[in-house]
Every structure is written in C-alpha cells, then in structure tokens.
Design a protein around this ligand. Structure first.
Ligand SMILES: Cc1cc2nc3c(=O)[nH]c(=O)nc-3n(C[C@H](O)[C@H](O)[C@H](O)COP(=O)(O)OP(=O)(O)OC[C@H]3O[C@@H](n4cnc5c(N)ncnc54)[C@H](O)[C@@H]3O)c2cc1C
Length: 527
C-alpha cells in the first residue's frame, strides 16, 4: 500500500500544474500517469529526425503560460508562433489587431456580394478582441512570481478583477451556438462556413469569436510543446514530488480513500485530484464505496456525467517532405488555419454525416470515400510546421508537416468495426496530402518521404478521453459541468469527499488555458 497526502491522477497539463503548485508548497505528492510519458494531449515526438506535436501544435499564453514559467522557474525559451489564416490562394499572417482589417479585405474580395455581412462579422470580432485584452492580455495576478506584500498586491488584483468581472458578465451572456449567432449577422452560407467551420459544432459565440484574438496569443516552446511538459515533469521531481508512469487507476474507493491501479497496486490518499475523464472517475467509483450521506449527491452526479458526450475529435496526418522549410516560409507561417475552397463545408459535416451514419449498415466502402473527398475538399485544416519555428526540428533541407481537421469519433469507430480502418487511414492521409498539394503547397505530394496518421481512436486510447475529445464536453447538448466563468472556482468540486477534479472535463469551453487554471484551483483547494 502506497500512502501519500495528495495523489494527482493524470499527467497532462492540468495534472502537472496541480502537482507542481502543490510540491512548491511543500506538499507530499504522487502523480500517476497511465502512459509512458506525461503530457496527455500536449506532447511532442520524433520520427526519423523529424519532430512533431501529437497534441496541441503550440500553446495559447492566455496570460497564464508565461507567468507559470516564471513562477515555477522553468528553463524554457518561448519562440513566436505567428498564425496564418488562409483561404484558397490568399494567406494572411496575423500580426496584431490591424490584421482584422486585412482579414475583412480578404473576405470582401472572396464574397463581394456580402460586404455588409462581412462588416457585421468583423465588428463582432473587434468587440471580442477588446474583451480578450481584459481577460488574457494581462498576466493573471494569481500566477504572480514574487510573493508580494498583500497591501501592494490587493489594488492590482482588485483593478484587474473589476475589469475582469465586467467583461465576464458580458461574455457569460454570449453562450448561444456560434452557428445561430452567425445566422443573425449573415445570410451567405459559404461566408458563415468559412468563419465557423473550424470550430466544434455549437461552439459558444464568445469562444469562437475570441479565436481571432487568440491567434495573436500563441507561443511555441523551444524544443516543442513536449519540452515544456518535460520541464514541468522535472520541476515536480526536483521539488520532491513523485511521478509514476505506466500507472492506470482503475478503481476508486471513496469511503476508504483508496485507489487501485491496473496491476492491482493500492494507494491511499488524504486528498485526490482527478484530471482524467470525469466519466471514467464516476464509472469506476462503486456506489458501495460511498458513505450513505453522500450517496444521493453521488448518484445524481454520476447519472448526469455518464449521460453526456465529448466534443468532436481530430484526424491528424504527419508527413515528412523532401523540401526545405524556406519553400513553406515563402507561402505562410509555421501555423496555418487553411481552407482550400471558399464554398465551405455546407452540410457535409452535419446533415451529410448524419445521413451517412443512418444508412451505415448498408453503406459501401466507396460511398464513404466519396463523402470523405467532399469533406476534405471543402474543409478547413490546421497545418503546423515545427521547422518554421525552429530549424532543427527537421533534418537539413527537409520539413515535417502536420495537417489536421476535426473528425467524428463515432464514424471512426464504425469504420473500424467494419474492418476498413487501415485502408481508411491511408485514404485520409492521401486525401489530406492531395488537398494541400493542389492548393496551398503545390506539388507537395510528389516530395513526401513518409507519412502516417492518428485518428479519434488514437486520442481515445492515449488520453483515455471519451469520444476522443480534445476539449471535453460536446457543445451540442446541455453541458454537465460549470460553464460560467463566475463559477470557475467550483468547477473542481466532485461528489466524492476530498476528491477534486481539473482539466478539460470540469469546465466548458475547455482547452489548454482552462486546464491550467483548473489545475491551479484544484491545488489551492487541497489545503
Ligand atoms: C491536435 C490538438 C490540437 C489542440 N489545439 C489546442 C489549441 O490550439 N488550444 C488549446 O487551448 N487547446 C488545444 N488542444 C486541447 C488541449 O491540448 C487539451 O484540452 C489539454 O491539453 C487538456 O489537458 P488535460 O490535462 O485536461 O487533459 P489531458 O491532456 O488529456 O491529460 C489527462 C492525462 O491523464 C491521463 N489519464 C487519464 N486517465 C487516467 C487514469 N485512469 N490513470 C492514470 N492516468 C490517466 C492521460 O493519459 C493523460 O495524460 C488541442 C488538442 C489536440 C489533440
């Protein structure tokens, strides 16, 4: 039996933030991670001399990452990560607020019949950018490095909080689905698709519109996203924290405060922070292990959590090209959101996908690929080129590229059940490469040295994430966790005594910044 004051389950960014915050306070911490490496959906790996990010392609600073690096004294250099927004042959490198006018020019050129509609959309984005300056532009004082005298600290926190709360109030009202909001601003479906199709279905308005501000806020750790994670791992260990890999927690005994891993090892905690999937936490906790007085609350919470689904997942193609980085630099930056066709996806990824799934049992394999052709031709892709941030991320004269798009987990699972999975992966790889090769990077397909891919199933397996979700709950149904910034503090509470939760499943909308924030809050609760 291993006994620790605090056990953190999961070594993603939320678990590492929680663990590091706690060891810095001198707490006795064990962090357990089921994989051989920490990082979860933030990690880098190398293949034949090419470095790739398997998860988030870069970090969003959000007023959190830089202060976190400072506070914990992490030895990591931050490199710029300029974002390009591209549609057909128009590539716009985002460089501050002024780029919004240039983006309007691009949209007006592509949709000359919809100038008023473009104007309304741009105005809505502009307002959000102002809000984002309040939310993310200032380093969050809760992550301040120096322990300041409370009298000097209070005024800055109060001033920040005042602006913050006022902005949050406005933002909290902007929680309707982005698609509905766009319907109120524009009628041109292609224009709406181009703006909206790289977000998750029913993404709340604020979250979607805020992306234009976030494009200026991406940063790239030297050595890759995985190097940043590795620094956090080392910092936990250097301060006396213990990290165990290959340790998957499979059962929770809430009454006796005990955990069991898949090898049968037992752990006793005084407090626990869970950063894995919340469905897994509630599913692996037996009713019998809950004290009678807590049982009602536990059962209703469990029911609500288990009834909901994760958001869309991602399909990623990794490829190495026998082309120097300069070729790509002349076209765009190292992180691109690119749409090859101004027509937009229309109903391909909504009603079209549903129709495909409804006649699944009789569907021919070739019909699937016909749908996939349309899906790729009209979609928006995230393209990441590590060697454009850091030349030594690839062998001299060559370049590694990651091309990804949101992808449906259920479809992928059904494809595997029909025995089509390996062919499907190869076909998607070829389609993604063909799409960018016939648009933004002409001729690329003839220079490919090797390629491979990961699907929503890979994400499900690696992170133990329901439906392969990368940002927690689907926006298509009622979300079973906290969604208001006003209540973020309570997002870490669970129906289990002395168990807190953090990460992408406890607050929505989620992502790197909220995983960090909730990790920090959960650590603070473990007094
Ligand atoms: C391709 C891609 C692009 C992305 N882009 C962005 C972006 O641009 N901006 C943004 O903000 N976010 C982005 N994200 C999302 C972001 O990376 C995640 O939301 C965030 O990293 C989640 O962190 P987390 O700690 O909550 O969860 P995770 O990273 O999933 O970590 C959970 C950890 O817990 C471990 N675990 C789970 N169950 C158990 C168990 N039973 N026992 C032990 N260990 C367990 C897992 O192995 C994992 O390491 C992206 C993700 C992907 C995949």
């Amino acid at each position: 039996m291993i006994e620790k004051d605090i056990i953190v389950v999961g070594g993603g960014i939320a678990g590492l933030t929680a663990g590091l915050s706690l060891v810095c306070k001198g707490r006795n911490v064990l962090l357990v991670e089921k994989n051989e490496n920490c990082g979860g959906l933030m990690n880098s790996f190398e293949r034949n001399g090419f470095r790739f990010e398997a998860g988030a392609r870069a970090l969003v600073n959000a007023g959190l990452v830089k202060p976190l690096i400072k506070e914990f004294g992490l030895d990591i250099e931050i490199l710029p990560n300029p974002i390009t927004l591209g549609i057909e042959e128009r590539q716009l490198i985002i460089d501050g607020d002024k780029s919004l006018n240039l983006y309007a020019d691009v949209l007006n050129e592509l949709y000359p019949e919809s100038k008023d509609e473009v104007g309304r959309i741009i105005q809505a984005i502009r307002q959000i950018i102002e809000d984002m300056k309040v939310l993310y532009g200032v380093d969050n004082p809760l992550f301040a490095k120096e322990k300041r005298n409370v009298l000097t600290m209070v005024p800055s926190v109060v001033a920040w909080m005042f602006k913050f709360l006022r902005t949050m109030y406005r933002i909290n009202k902007m929680d309707t689905p982005f698609e509905d909001y766009l319907d109120g601003l524009a009628a041109n479906q292609s224009l709406k698709d181009i703006i909206g199709q790289h977000f998750f279905r029913n993404t709340p308005v604020f979250f979607a519109l805020s992306y234009f501000a976030l494009y200026n806020d991406y940063i790239y750790p030297k050595g890759g996203v995985g190097a940043f994670i590795q620094q956090m791992v080392e910092a936990v260990r250097a301060r006396g924290g213990e990290i165990r890999h290959h340790t998957e927690i499979v059962s929770v005994d809430a009454k006796n405060k005990m955990l069991k891993d898949s090898d049968g090892n037992e752990y006793r905690y005084k407090k626990m922070i869970w950063t894995g999937d919340l469905k897994a936490l509630y599913a692996m906790t037996n009713d019998e292990s809950i004290e009678k007085k807590n049982l009602g609350k536990f059962r209703s919470r469990k029911q609500a959590i288990l009834a909901h689904q994760g958001a869309e997942s991602v399909f990623s193609v990794f490829l190495a090209a026998d082309v120097p980085p300069e070729y790509f630099r002349d076209i765009a930056s190292g992180h691109v959101f690119y749409t090859p066709n101004r027509q937009g996806l229309g109903t391909v990824h909504t009603a079209g996908l549903q129709a495909l799934l409804q006649r699944w049992d009789t569907l021919q394999e070739e019909e699937l690929y016909e749908w996939l052709e349309r899906f790729c031709f009209y979609n928006t892709f995230e393209i990441s080129i590590p060697a454009l941030r850091e030349p030594d991320a690839a062998p001299p004269g060559q370049t590694g590229i990651i091309i990804s798009a949101l992808f449906d987990y259920t479809l992928t699972r059904k494809i595997r059940e029909r025995g089509w999975y390996e062919t499907f992966k190869k076909r998607v790889e070829a389609l993604f490469i063909k799409t960018v090769s016939s648009s933004i990077y002409p001729g690329l397909k003839d220079k490919v040295l090797f390629s491979f891919s990961t699907s929503p199933l890979s994400i499900y397996e690696r992170a133990g994430s329901s439906e392969g979700s990368i940002v927690g709950w689907s926006f298509e149904n009622k979300i079973p966790v906290v969604t208001s910034m006003f209540s973020m503090g309570s997002s870490v509470e669970t129906a289990l005594p002395d168990v807190y939760a953090a990460g992408k499943w406890v607050y929505s909308p989620a992502g790197g910044p909220t995983a960090i924030m909730t990790g920090r809050i959960a650590a603070k609760r473990c007094k």
